[in-house]
Design a protein around this ligand. Sequence first.
Ligand code: COA
Length: 177
Amino acid sequence: MTFWNFFFTNKNTKIIHKKNKNSEKQQIFIENLIKNDKNINIYYSTNKNINLNDLEKLCDAVGWVKRPLKKVKIAIENSFLIISIFYYNENKKNLIGFARATSDESFNATIWDVVIDPQFQGKGLGKALMKETIKELRYHDISTITLFADPEVIKFYKRIGFITDPDGVKGMFWYPI
Ligand SMILES: CC(C)(COP(=O)(O)OP(=O)(O)OC[C@H]1O[C@@H](n2cnc3c(N)ncnc32)[C@H](O)[C@@H]1OP(=O)(O)O)[C@@H](O)C(=O)NCCC(=O)NCCS
């Protein structure tokens, strides 16, 4: 798979407030989104206690290669930020979006696993999820945000403000042979 290294740097954004990194919140993300002629409210949460089977189903839905749940659990536990988005149908929580970020908690953060359920794509949720992720990272005064984009989503990230290879800097990878 080809990866592109993306950078989002915003050194001038004013920090509005800081929040405890362990705090959890579940709040309305988007009100009255129309799905199958019904209005539904979309919620988001930064709670790391995410249902791994639901996450696996979401990743399956976009055709991502399966990863061992044990490793996914560790990755989530060790992430700096988790954002999940979901709606309720008859009290059942349905996960429809996810993103996470790792960080040195000072200068840098890298965003991983950005995904929106195909049934909900093209409605602005991916963009809103990315903006929320950036906002959360900026609360912690993190100014350099990077990610690795599959070639088919480069335009998506560029629209949000990410740039490729600033000053010629290239992402480099090492894999075990
Ligand atoms: C990439 C992804 C998260 C986008 O989510 P989404 O909810 O469909 O995106 P949005 O509806 O918020 O689109 C935001 C903007 O990006 C554009 N866009 C979305 N997907 C795009 C794509 N693949 N290529 C180019 N532009 C794209 C939209 O047209 C929209 O443009 P606008 O702001 O001018 O209206 C979603 O398609 C997805 O989960 N894909 C599979 C997983 C994946 O590839 N993740 C990224 C891994 S690097």
